[in-house]
Design a protein around this ligand. Structure first.
Ligand SMILES: [Zn+2]
Length: 108
């Protein structure tokens, strides 16, 4: 892939994540505990859903930061190299996760 193709891929992934984050902002908002309106079970459901939505948002925010860092590395000519060891990151790995800054050996 050329740098432009990589950049377009990173940018479209980034936009996708930004849209998902914007659309899910309300889901992760703190649950209002109104004891008169909701039974105990539905409050627990609401809290669990809120926790899951918050975790999904945290995961997407992390992915977004990785994509932003990847775009910066692309500009600097460092894209595709492991930030830990400097070796080229496996092509299949980058195809699956274009924002990854680590080779397979240094993936967490
Ligand atoms: Zn490495």
């Amino acid at each position: 892939m050329t740098d432009d193709e990589i950049k377009n891929k990173l940018l479209s992934k980034k936009q996708e994540l930004e849209e998902l984050l914007a659309a899910s902002a309300d889901d992760a908002a703190p649950v209002e505990l109104d004891q008169t309106q909701q039974g105990r079970l539905s409050r627990i459901d609401a809290l669990q859903q809120q926790a899951m939505a918050a975790e999904t948002r945290r995961r997407r925010q992390r992915a977004l930061r990785l994509l932003e860092a990847a775009l910066q590395r692309l500009d600097e000519g460092e894209y595709g190299y492991c930030v830990t060891c400097g070796e080229a990151i496996e092509a299949e790995r980058l195809a699956l996760d274009p924002g990854t800054p680590f080779c397979v050996g240094h993936a967490r």
